[in-house]
Design a protein around this ligand. Sequence first.
Ligand code: 9D3
Length: 244
Amino acid sequence: MRVHILSIFPDMFPGPLSAGIMARAQRSGLVEIHVHNPRDFATDRHRSVDDAPFGGGPGMVMRPEPLFEAVESLSLPAGSPVLLMSPQGRLFTQRDAERLSRAEMLVLICGRYEGVDDRVATHLTTEEVSVGDYVLTGGELPALTIVDAVVRLLPGALGHGEEALPDDSHTSGLLQYPQYTRPSEYRGWGVPEVLLSGNHQQIAKWRRRAALLKTLERRPDLLRTASLSADDRAYLRGLGWTEA
Ligand code: 9D3
């Protein structure tokens, strides 16, 4: 897979992309990540990438030409996803990560300033996404978030012991159960006895119920789409859950 990122702050990318699974995926040739500065595609005397908003108002708006020219300089296969990082976008989900992980080439455009000329969203990008309901200073960290979520899904990106297990959080649709490791007692705090029992059936049952309880407490919205057994439902109803 080849990923192209457009950002007027290209220095924000090498650090996060140079560690761990992202670094290994690039070294092994699973993914190439190219960062382009729209300023290099600006043609006016001052190489400007922004301008005042038509109609007046505070702040600056990213001009369309450098972004169009930058995207059109890439040799994109027809139908390649071109994403605009935007607080006005729909929420990016694990489903999006799975879909994008099947693309040959991917383009992520990072907005800055008060926003991006709307012709970029309407005529250049295929989708507009946000990574959450909080205000950031630009689309760079969202782009890194999306690259991370997509690259780890590429076949071979995760080493042994790193695979997305079928009981992984956002796969089965529940939050993960609590994990513990040595020491079995730390500062007087023990770990659930069942995890030390060696009884794998009891352990699996405890973990399932711990995941259900945590999900009910923190993310009850997830229970509507999680795949739940009759046993799961009975346990949740005992905790006061009502199927909506
Ligand atoms: C204070 C400016 N806001 C006026 C209502 C609008 C605004 C413009 C640009 C708010 C944030 C930004 C910069 N953020 C992004 O470009 C962004 C973002 C985000 O802030 N949160 C979650 N996902 C994303 S994706 C891109």
